[in-house]
Design a protein around this ligand. Structure first.
Ligand code: CP
Length: 336
């Protein structure tokens, strides 16, 4: 039997995205029933999570199934490289873990460690893609350093709820300062899906914090096909004017991926890259979005995060509904 994985925003066509959003909206309005009764979702977290873990567990419970959760401490160190000579620290090959788990569970969700080597290696998402290659059940990406597609669909759902029509609407994806180097996952995935929806996207970041060029070029192509656009600006003053949605998020510099201390040094002069009331006032009454967790009064002030244009908890809430839709589709079950 063939199986479908969900690893990247790039895995979705526009029609599939629309179907998922419609199904998620229906699942939010009325519980679909116990359509996944007896099904088990295995969740493997190699990094911490609050929202992803809880929203997937709740989604499975609402559909009549259940989850098994494993964290890094529960798992053997894994080898993702094919034909590796396993004389190092890794005790088990992903091939064996994936094939074994496929005998127990009906789908697998994996949050990978975001930093294991150089950017050229990490951008390949070796662990999640190796699981997908070897598992005989669907594999869902729960965030890598490169993509966070479940978050992005929930974000598009939240934008659609607030803007109603998305084509031509103005979204700013704003880099914000943060003491830690963060994954590029949410930014890459939201950028691609917003482009697919035909939004006019402004990607605003300081020099040195460019997103992956392949993702940027793909997004530009998707936007052009859908009647939207993607532009990049490198100064904060050009970022917000006209924005109807301001999506704040920090991400690491791929240039300094191997050198977090250098990145921290560079960021000392970038503390002005944060969202406050003055920046919000320069937008077109934008909704404020952030995937959470958020560093309050570093990335964005309390005033704007708790303010009337903030939809950060709606984004988090929509994770459950999007994931119910995704699980129903991947496990080929319709609503009752
Ligand atoms: N946004 C998000 O994925 O949150 P968690 O890291 O808490 O799962």
């Amino acid at each position: 039997m063939s199986k479908r994985d969900f690893l990247s925003a790039a895995d979705l066509s526009r029609a599939e995205l629309d179907d998922l959003l419609d199904l998620a909206a229906r699942a939010k309005g009325k519980r679909p029933g116990q359509v996944l009764a007896g099904k088990t979702l295995g969740l493997l977290f190699f990094e911490p999570s609050l929202r992803t873990r809880v929203s997937f567990e709740v989604a499975m419970v609402q559909l009549g199934g259940h989850c098994i959760n494993l964290s890094r401490d529960d798992l053997y160190e894994l080898e993702p490289q094919e034909q590796a000579v396993m004389d190092g620290a890794a005790e088990e090959h992903v091939k064996d873990a994936a094939r074994t788990l496929s005998r127990y569970v009906d789908a697998l969700g994996i949050r990978a460690a975001s930093r294991t080597g150089g950017w050229d290696k990490d951008r390949q998402e070796l662990l999640v893609r190796s699981y997908a290659r070897h598992a005989s059940v669907p594999v869902i990406n729960l965030e890598t350093c490169f993509e966070h597609p479940c978050q992005a669909i929930a974000d598009v759902m939240t934008m659609r709820e607030n803007l109603v029509s998305m084509r031509g609407r103005k979204l700013t994806l704003l880099w914000c300062n943060h003491p830690e180097p963060k994954s590029l996952g949410p930014t890459h995935s939201v950028l691609q899906l917003a482009a697919m929806m035909g939004m006019q996207v402004t990607l605003a970041h300081p020099l040195g914090f460019e997103v992956d060029d392949q993702v940027l070029q793909r997004s530009k192509g998707l936007a052009a096909e859908a009647g939207g656009s993607v532009q990049v600006v490198n100064d904060l003053r050009s970022a917000a004017p006209g924005a109807e949605v301001l999506y704040a998020r920090s991400w690491a510099s791929t240039k300094y991926w191997d050198d977090p201390e250098r990145e921290a040094m560079v960021k000392r002069s970038l503390q002005g890259w944060r969202v406050d009331a003055a920046l919000m006032a320069s937008t077109n009454q934008a909704f404020l979005m952030h995937p959470l967790p958020v560093r309050r009064n570093v990335v964005a002030t309390d005033e704007v995060l708790d303010g009337p244009r903030s939809v950060i908890y709606d984004q988090a809430a929509n994770r459950t509904h999007v994931q119910k839709a995704l699980l129903m589709q991947l496990l080929k079950q319709g609503p009752a």
